[in-house]
Write a protein that binds this ligand. Structure first.
Ligand SMILES: Nc1ncnc2c1ncn2[C@@H]1O[C@H](COP(=O)(O)OP(=O)(O)OP(=O)(O)O)[C@@H](O)[C@H]1O
Ligand SMILES: [Mg+2]
Length: 325
């Protein structure tokens, strides 16, 4: 593999309800890749399939959800054909997951340094002392020098921001190629939020990590991501370089999302609202799924599901926005 080989390649990923074949797919024919050292942000309204995609990559789909089609390749290894045992070994070693609430990932009764050391030893072996040193170095790397000096601390003794740093150290324990951060800062105040994302961005660059950053917040995506992927009701509707995306989004949904973001200082511009709701899993429709809410809608949109096309960015729309507003 070369440095340009994507660390993550997802192609044709389709996820659905295992027992309800009449419902539409929850994630449909999703394809994207992420290179080492690159951050791809997933944005889209609640229920658009961001977390399910992350769960599928980790092989941790919730009960009742099944992968119907598609492949997931991390660092050259196809994950969808691995046995459960091999996938478990892979998961801790080559991929790290950071999510909103670190308390659900950390054991309350084991010191944090010991938790990191145990995770390291479970995957990499070696002596207890070596694992402890590794844990201490990781805690220092994520800015927890004080916590890295004995005595070991328990999760409840730390603030929310510090706990999220511990989770990042835990995710990095075995030197993974890929990190998925699913709304890692939603529960934190804005200053701590920026510190945590600065940390993730620094590690991404220094370690050449591929990062998938899942967020509702377009401002965070604009500030940190190299590329943006917009999901709408389970389908990718636009994907492109972050700079181009924010100056000239092509899909009307992307544009509406962008125009709904408040600015500081306030410009006096009225914030755009997107009327209506995305379709639920049991709402069936023909044509484009955004048509009922779309300002550019025409008759053909209600008949034909638009395919992804490439014109500077990738987008799926029959009547895309043109020019910069
Ligand atoms: N365990 C489950 N059983 C049934 N449906 C589910 C389950 N988990 C998610 N879904 C459905 O799958 C769709 C995608 O959910 P997902 O959690 O991926 O959304 P999301 O984009 O992460 O949203 P949010 O921004 O609220 O976190 C939603 O319609 C949701 O209702
Ligand atoms: Mg989610």
């Amino acid at each position: 593999m070369t440095a340009d080989t994507p660390a993550l390649i997802v192609s044709g990923l389709t996820l659905g309800l295992a027992r309800d074949r009449s419902a539409r797919a929850l994630v449909e024919d999703l394809s994207f890749d992420v290179a080492p050292g690159e951050m791809l942000a997933f944005v889209g309204e609640s229920g658009s399939g961001k977390s399910l995609t992350a769960a599928a990559i980790f092989g941790l789909l919730p009960l009742g959800i099944r992968r119907m089609a598609g492949s997931i390749c991390v660092n050259g290894t196809e994950l969808t054909t691995l046995s459960d045992r091999r996938l478990r070994a892979w998961r801790g070693r080559d991929m790290g997951l950071i999510f909103q609430n670190p308390l659900t990932a950390l054991s309350p009764s084991v010191g944090i340094q010991a938790q990191i050391a145990e995770t390291y030893r479970a995957h990499k072996g070696g002596t207890r002392d070596a694992a402890r040193l590794r844990a201490r170095a990781l805690l220092t790397e994520v800015g927890l020098q004080a916590v890295a000096t004995p005595p070991d601390r328990y999760p409840h003794q730390l603030s929310g921001g510090m706990r999220q740093r511990v989770m990042i150290a835990l995710a990095l324990a075995c030197d993974p190629a890929l990190i998925i951060a699913d709304e890692p800062t939603t529960a934190l105040d804005v200053l701590i939020q920026a510190q945590i994302l600065d940390l993730i961005a620094r590690l991404q660059k220094e370690r050449g990590l591929a990062v998938v950053f899942i967020t509702h917040d377009l401002r965070l995506a604009a500030r940190y991501a190299d590329r943006i992927l917009v999901l709408y009701a389970g389908r990718a509707v636009e994907e492109g370089d972050a700079g181009t995306f924010f100056t000239a989004p092509r899909h009307p949904y992307s544009r509406a999302l962008r125009d709904a973001v408040p600015t500081i200082p306030a410009t006096g511009r009225r914030l755009a609202e997107i009327p209506g709701q995305p379709p639920g899993p049991r709402d069936l429709f023909e044509g484009c799924r955004f048509a009922p809410r779309c300002p550019n809608v025409r008759d053909d949109c209600r008949r034909t599901e638009p395919a992804m096309t490439f014109d500077g960015t990738r987008f799926a729309c029959l009547h895309p926005c043109v020019g910069t507003p």
